[in-house]
Write a protein that binds this ligand. Structure first.
Ligand code: MSP
Length: 537
């Protein structure tokens, strides 16, 4: 079998995807959570000097979008165009998402290839015509198994509800085309066993293995009661099931069937980032589709937990959807990117609260990190006229700081770059920030400054160099998470002039001591994390 995403080598890109989001409404915090995580991961790998491909996009077909467009009295295409241009793309720009491509499932580069893929499977005998009757959730765009449903209460008493959307399911009866998914159960189980890291976290993996062990049903891959989708090539009364259409974006966007060189240099994904609600699609259906076509399987599928508000999954339909812009206008874009990855262990559910965000912003960003940066720059200005002095009198205290940075680098590189444990990676850097603050408190450079002997001045120079050089490392390590403030700090350290662009600094080398040259021009730049205004009413 061809190399999987975890065995890719050589000139191939480190390829990361987000889910492609439904455009029935504007994006909320939950969508931004996954997309920011992918952005941090890919910026990290780019800053290791690797070739990277970061893909996001929108899922535009299916009944859910069609109904939304109808309710708004526009065509589905007009609805999608408007939402993509006015809501989705602007948000990713606003949040500084450095995606390499944005795929829309209504684009011809996608729809043509989807038809070819499905036609191929049909020609290979992987698809047959059959009938199906069962409960369908339009919110999930999925036939549900009766055992998945929950009993309705209150206004829905007596009805069966989708456990995710908490809305009644619809009973559908259709003649459909089916993909022989049931035949792939044993091969999938074999694949999971041979690739224990394929599904993360562990709880997600266990859930999928249990599910597949119970036996898979064939998958209905077409719908004939509405027409907003990609026509089935051999039977235009049917459109291709929106999930089959959507999953294929990961192949069509990187040249499947169109640009072989690009495809081979990128596919399969190293990491598919998803929310846990769409785990089965990515870890069961998608790999089976690839197996059926003889294509290589992804490296890993990593499921994040849900952002909750008031104990409920934040979503558009339960009216708890908070706009990312409501938070960035108060806390700033960088703090926003940092907060969710810092506060919630990736893979677990987490609750958002304004109070928690404010408290962490003030203590960790403004007081620990921002103050350190401004104090160091102010002291280099005051005592050395803004020219970074040489460290000629380093001792044990300085060596401890150097070791602290090296440790932060190693931990952050492993946690963020490999394990997608963003929280531990970020914490490692902030532990180091605390260590440097402690070092300054102990060394008391403002007292050392009073000692005008050559030894005293050499100590002062050493302490300030050590602190500034530590900040160089911090700016490099935090650049993937907070690119705007890292750039400000980089400039204030005079590093742009002496070391070049921040994005070119390798994260894995951030701990190599002595990067900042003596004589670098240190200036007191803009405050990195301004004091927060009162919470808006
Ligand atoms: N269109 C499908 C995905 C197709 S991928 C081939 C879809 N779209 S969606 O708009 O509903 O977005 C799903 C993704 O958004 C989730 O899997 C998750 O990554 C993110 N989130 C949406 N709400 C979320 C939370 N409340 N919390 C965390 N992430 C959530 O499903």
């Amino acid at each position: 079998m061809a190399a999987t995403g975890s065995e890719k080598q050589g000139a191939t890109a480190y390829y990361v995807s987000t889910p492609i989001y439904y455009v029935n409404d504007a994006p909320h915090l939950g969508h931004a959570y996954t997309t920011v995580a992918g952005d941090v991961l890919t910026r990290w790998h780019r800053q290791r000097g690797e070739k990277v491909w970061y893909l996001t996009g929108t899922d535009e077909h299916g009944q859910k979008i069609m109904r939304t467009a109808e309710a708004n009295n526009v065509t589905p295409q007009a609805w999608c165009d408007k939402l993509v241009e006015e809501a989705w793309k602007p948000l990713w720009e606003h949040l500084n998402i450095a995606n390499d491509d944005f795929i829309r499932t209504t684009e011809k580069r996608h729809t043509d290839r989807v038809q070819e893929f499905v036609q191929d499977l049909y020609d290979k005998g992987e698809i047959y015509k059959g009938g199906y009757e069962g409960p369908y959730c339009v919110g999930c765009e999925e036939y549900k198994l009766p055992g998945d449903l929950i009993d309705g209460e209150g206004e829905f008493a007596g009805q069966k509800l989708c456990p995710i959307h908490k809305k009644p399911v619809e009973l559908l009866k259709e003649e459909n085309y089916f993909f022989k998914l049931s035949e792939y159960g044993p091969k999938l189980l074999e694949f999971y066993a041979a690739n224990p890291g394929f599904i993360q976290p562990e709880s997600a993996r266990n859930e999928v293995v249990n599910f597949v062990e119970q036996g898979l049903q064939d998958l209905s891959i077409s719908r004939s009661t509405f027409d907003w989708g990609v026509p089935v090539p051999w039977d235009d009364k049917h459109v291709i099931y929106v999930w089959v259409d959507a999953l294929l974006n990961y192949a069509t966007a990187v040249g499947y069937g169109a640009n072989q060189e690009k495809f081979e240099g990128t596919f399969p994904a190293n990491v598919h980032l998803i929310g846990k609600d769409i785990l089965r699609f990515h870890s069961v259906i998608w790999p089976a589709m690839l197996m059926a076509q003889g294509l290589p399987l992804p490296g890993k599928v990593v499921a994040n937990g849900w952002l909750m508000v008031g104990g409920e999954k934040m979503s558009k339909s339960n009216l708890t959807g908070i706009k990312p812009q409501d938070l960035t206008s108060h806390f700033g874009v960088d703090a926003y990117r940092w907060y969710f990855l810092r506060a919630i262990a990736y893979g677990s559910d987490g609750s958002f609260s304004w109070e928690d965000f404010s408290a962490r912003y003030t203590s960790e960003l403004a007081n620990d990190y921002g103050n350190l940066a401004s104090r160091v720059a102010a002291m280099v200005g005051k005592y050395f006229g803004g020219a970074l002095p040489e460290a000629t009198a380093a001792g044990d205290a300085e060596r401890a700081v150097q070791e602290g940075l090296a440790k932060a680098v190693a931990t952050a590189d492993r946690k963020i770059g490999e394990e997608l444990d963003f929280q531990s990676g970020i914490l490692a850097v902030f532990e180091f920030v605390k260590q440097v603050n402690g070092y300054i408190t102990e060394q008391e450079p403002w007292k050392v400054a009073k000692d005008t002997s050559p030894e005293g001045q050499a100590r002062l120079a050493t302490v300030l160099y050590t602190a500034a050089e530590s900040l160089r490392g911090v700016a490099v390590l935090l650049n993937p998470v907070m690119p705007e403030t890292s750039q400000k700090l980089w400039e204030s350290l005079g590093a742009e002039e002496s070391l070049g662009a921040l994005a070119d600094q390798k994260v894995q080398n951030a701990g190599v001591w002595g990067g900042l040259p003596a004589g670098a021009t240190v200036t007191k730049g803009a405050v990195l994390f301004p004091r927060l205004e009162e919470k808006p009413a």
